[in-house]
Design a protein around this ligand. Sequence first.
Ligand code: TPP
Ligand code: SF4
Length: 307
Amino acid sequence: MREPTLGGMAQTEQDRPRPILRPGNMNCGGCGMSTIFQLLSHAVAEREVKLVIPACCGAITAAAFPQSAFDVPTILTTFASAASVATGIASVARLNNEDTRVICMAGDGGTYDIGLATLSAAAERNENILYICYDNEIYGNTGGQRSSSTPAGACTTSTPDGKTEVKKDIMAIMAAHRIPYAATVSIANADDALYKMRKALDTSGFRFLHILSPCPTGWKSEPAMGIELVRLAVRSGLFPVYEVFNGERYVISIEPDFSDEALGMYISLQRRFRKSGVTEASLRPNIDKYWHGLRALSGRIVPARRR
Ligand SMILES: Cc1ncc(C[n+]2csc(CCOP(=O)(O)OP(=O)(O)O)c2C)c(N)n1
Ligand code: SF4
């Protein structure tokens, strides 16, 4: 199998993997999901994969039939059924002795809300699928409504004054299913992202990757600032980056410096937080509380190494 070189990323034209999502697709400029597909293409390299995509921006990006921007076999499903459809495809692949990985690529609406029942069922049965949630913290495809992943204070088209409820902890839910592998992924840390994508691709059973996915359209941010926003979210501790093995072994991947300056920049670079008056000080207690729990779960009282 040919693997990319140099820090995990292909460096030359010749080494560059075939893109899973081709250029000329329908995504907005600066869409985090496009970056995730780029990273995933490097991680997948020459492995055979099949994609399952529920209703979300990822379904629209393919463009209208008979065209498709996807370079791998792809099936679009209803919102609620992605994990079930992936289960069926993985089962047929196993019966046919196919060496293929079945990947669900779903937004937070399809993951945290409408597809949660089938996601939970597939995880509980430990189906042999990789489920990736690109989390842009809204229902992007239908105009930017709130989901249960939207953070408190973010203005959306259905919470114009800012959402009052806090973001659902999807990683805790997935860990509670005791699946073999779950991890959060930062697209601002390519080495770490590629390591986790490959790990998830080559682990058997149910795997879950949660990836913060900047959405300039919904976050009201500059398209070129997406990676920087994720970097700030990671640095400030707002987006913890870690792995969970079998629901019981927690490994912190990146140690933040908990910078208030980074947190302040993260907020101020997105207009979705302007109206509700979210500040570093208002976010910090919840971040501290989360990290307190995470450190207890990881058994790590000293900082993890930085990546
Ligand atoms: C049962 C059902 N309800 C509503 C819709 C309309 N719909 C299509 S995509 C979408 C939003 C998807 O949000 P998310 O999963 O977060 O992905 P994103 O659009 O942000 O990429 C909605 C509400 C639908 N297709 N099916
Ligand atoms: S609305 Fe957001 S998630 Fe959807 S394609 Fe545009 S940038 Fe990407």
